[in-house]
Design a protein around this ligand. Structure first.
Ligand SMILES: Nc1ncnc2c1ncn2[C@@H]1O[C@H](COP(=O)(O)OP(=O)(O)O)[C@@H](O)[C@H]1O
Ligand SMILES: O=C(O)C1=C[C@@H](OP(=O)(O)O)[C@@H](O)[C@H](O)C1
Ligand SMILES: [Mg+2]
Length: 183
């Protein structure tokens, strides 16, 4: 397959800090593009038939990260998917490599000021945040910003709703497809 064919078929991977909207937006983008939507956390939840919080309790974070890596590698080898990662997946170099080499990686960004307003609606389902002070969560937020710098495209999501974010992504993709594969 040549490059012209491959850009339109590349799977789209959505990255960013937990709670930024990867799962919600990824699902909307997939619908708009008539593609399959894969949320890596949902795949893991379905394989254990329990929520991520309980997966962490059952197998621990280390085994969760291993499973997350295997599943991401499997789906990134496939074309025409929209794949939302968990926010910690990108900590693994193997995952950064496989996604950047095979897919279009879109980073959903948010400022700390906007993100902290969302904390109360996500905290129960995000085990990584449990037992941390606000200062520790802020430190994690800024530490993670560094790893998300490796991406193909970035979108600032402050003050945008999920529908607008999904529309923006789809429109940007159309422009990129026209630019790199005009026929
Ligand atoms: N742009 C947004 N504006 C307002 N609420 C949002 C936005 N994006 C996501 N949310 C809300 O934040 C929560 C986490 O969204 P989710 O898609 O699960 O994020 P992620 O997969 O990045 O952890 C959900 O309740 C979702 O409705
Ligand atoms: O950032 C993280 O370490 C995690 C993020 C979560 O996904 P979301 O980013 O979709 O919340 C989920 O994979 C798990 O709770 C760990
Ligand atoms: Mg998610």
């Amino acid at each position: 397959m040549n490059n012209r064919e491959s850009i339109r078929e590349k799977s789209i991977v959505i990255i960013g800090f937990m709670g930024v909207g990867k799962t919600t937006v990824g699902e909307l983008v997939a619908k708009k593009l008539y593609r399959d939507f894969i949320d890596i956390d949902r795949v893991i939840e379905n394989s254990f038939n329990i929520p991520i919080v309980d997966v962490f309790k059952l197998i621990g974070e280390k085994s969760f990260r291993q499973k997350e890596k295997e599943i991401i590698k499997e789906y990134c080898a496939q074309k025409l998917k929209v794949i939302s990662l968990g926010g910690g997946a990108y900590l693994q170099e193997d995952i950064r490599k496989v996604t950047l080499e095979n897919c279009i990686v879109i980073f959903l960004d948010i400022t700390w000021e906007s993100w902290k307003e969302r904390l109360n609606i996500i905290i129960d389902s995000r085990p990584v945040l449990h037992g941390k002070t606000m200062e520790e969560i802020e430190e994690l937020f800024y530490k993670r910003q560094g790893i998300y710098k490796s991406h193909h495209s970035k979108l600032e999501t402050d003050n945008l709703n999920t529908i607008d974010i999904a529309d923006f992504i789809v429109e940007s993709l159309k422009i990129a497809y026209e630019m790199y594969d005009p026929n």
